[in-house]
Write a new protein. Structure first.
Length: 272
């Protein structure tokens, strides 16, 4: 009797577990069905979006030209012309940026998307502060560049810097700034500055004074000269044609006339 009772209990037990497993299986199956439907919907949306992007209308690049000269604007138009019309999402912004940034006269460039206008290109042009040789200009950061308009070369309103190497541009820019800082109290500014292959500096000021100095203690010699011209040589300044600072213990002065001042300064001064 007990044997039959145990069999009955086992029979009752297994059908209950079977029902539970069936319910769990149905839940899992339903969950997978939901996930599959979500995946299908998302896939459809992605495909539709990709088709929408491919079929989106193309627009010409929008160039911001308000801060550019006519020559700069034409240069920018020529550089971007190969890109033609572009799609909003399909535009190669990096490629456009590289082409625009490679223009010598461009200091910085920006290429961005705008929902209303499309792809917008804007640039900041370099501002020349000096002529560098006869084929280049120099900006305040010491960058040598070719202007969009060749007529801007050899600008008479800018200082002229000459050197055989463009790598000297930054050093020459700094030297010019120091020289103008030291001599500006005398009402003098550098007009021409040449750096030779032997690192000798030739400087011509706007009052006609010419100064030559070598690479040894260059800054100290120039600063000392500015102090002397503001002090003991102040009255003689209009008579001085040139100053040679290549001496170790002094310098030489060439006068505009053969007349030599009656009381020349010592401090190792040589006159000619």
């Amino acid at each position: 009797m007990r044997y039959y009772i145990q069999i009955y209990r086992i029979y009752r037990k297994f059908p209950m577990n079977s029902q539970v497993n069936t319910k769990n299986a149905r839940r899992v199956l339903k969950l997978w069905q939901i996930l599959l439907m979500v995946a299908i919907v998302l896939g459809g949306l992605i495909v539709a979006a990709m088709k929408g992007i491919e079929q989106a209308p193309k627009r010409p690049l929008v160039l911001e030209l308000s801060n550019l000269t006519e020559s700069q604007a034409n240069s920018l138009k020529t550089a971007t012309a190969p890109f033609g019309q572009v799609q909003f999402f399909g535009a190669d912004l990096m490629g456009i940026h590289q082409v625009v940034s490679s223009l010598s006269w461009v200091e910085s460039a920006s290429v961005k998307r705008d929902w209303q206008q499309g792809a917008i290109v804007s640039v900041v042009p370099r501002r020349a502060v000096a002529n560098f040789g006869s084929q280049h200009l120099l900006d305040a950061n010491g960058a040598v560049f070719v202007p969009a308009d060749e007529r801007e070369l050899m600008d008479k309103n800018l200082v002229h810097l000459y050197s055989g190497h463009t790598n000297d541009a930054t050093d020459m820019m700094r030297q010019m700034q120091r020289v103008n800082e030291w001599f500006s109290p005398l009402g003098m500014t550098a007009e021409d500055m040449t750096l030779t292959s032997r690192q000798t500096w030739l400087i011509r000021f706007d009052n006609g004074l010419r100064v030559i100095v070598d690479h040894e203690n260059t800054e100290q010699k120039l600063f000392s000269l500015s102090s002397l011209l503001a002090g003991s040589l102040a009255k003689e300044l209009p008579k001085i044609q040139s100053v040679d600072l290549r001496y170790k213990n002094g310098f030489a002065i060439a006068w505009k006339t053969a007349e030599i001042p009656q009381k020349p300064s010592d401090s190792g001064l040589k006159t000619s």
